[in-house]
Ligand binder design. Structure first.
Ligand SMILES: Cc1cc2nc3c(=O)[nH]c(=O)nc-3n(C[C@H](O)[C@H](O)[C@H](O)COP(=O)(O)O)c2cc1C
Length: 206
């Protein structure tokens, strides 16, 4: 089949996010100018550079109850910092609870029933129960193409300035995926756990 986005595809749901899979989940903590804490998952998320390390995530549409920008975007614009917490199998329900469109100012650490632990270099706290945290400083916000002003798509770029890895997920000096148990987002209501892992060495030239 072939279709142009925006034209009928005849499928039960838009397949776009079911074919770009699995997507890592950036579980983003941030604070507003008054220090109110926010936590929400974003699967339009990825690592995009090594030196200095940078991550991106993007928000689709507006806040469902407040109709302004989503809280994570508004907070990061205001206070210029955020933390990416790793969403894991054990934390899947907590992560999902934090996606509720709670009004601005509701502490989603409480809502998600996770513990806020102070970060080292940035003000937003991190999710204590998560094995990995990336402390980030805002680099820039990029407006993306959008269908309408009511449904803006907004990309945030962050520089990773501090990395926490729980000792429990490090084995022989390497991150152990099986201990870390990251989860990824598929399409529809679906998620993935890590399956079989395989290794390949990259070819050299000539
Ligand atoms: C696994 C998962 C991934 C999500 N990914 C995104 C995303 O990439 N972009 C987005 O705008 N919303 C995404 N959402 C929905 C947001 O988490 C939701 O709109 C949330 O209320 C935003 O919170 P905030 O306003 O506190 O930032 C996702 C939800 C879940 C459960």
């Amino acid at each position: 089949m072939f279709f142009r986005p925006g034209e009928p595809h005849g499928l039960r749901h838009n397949p776009f996010n079911a074919i770009v899979v699995p997507r890592p989940i950036g579980w983003i903590s941030s604070i507003d100018a008054a220090g109110a804490v926010n936590l929400a998952p974003y699967s339009f998320f990825n690592a995009v550079a090594y030196v200095p390390p940078q991550v991106i995530f993007s928000a689709a549409g507006r806040h469902a109850t407040d109709h302004g920008f989503k809280d994570s975007i508004a907070n990061i614009e205001a206070t210029k910092e955020f933390v990416v917490n790793m969403a894991t199998w054990d934390l899947r329900e907590h992560m999902n609870r934090s996606s509720a469109p709670a009004p601005h100012g509701v502490d989603e650490f409480d809502l998600a029933r996770v513990t806020a632990e102070p970060s080292r270099l940035v003000r937003p706290p991190r999710v204590k129960e998560s094995p990995v945290h990336l402390e980030c400083r805002h680099v820039r916000t990029v407006p993306l193409l959008s269908a309408s002003a009511e449904e803006p798509n907004t990309l945030v770029v962050g520089e990773v300035v501090g990395i926490h890895i729980a000792d429990a997920v490090i084995v022989d000096g390497m991150v152990d995926y099986a201990r870390m148990q990251p989860i990824g987002r598929l399409g529809y209501q679906d998620y993935a756990r890590l399956g079989e892992v395989f290794a390949m060495t990259r070819p050299s030239w000539p």
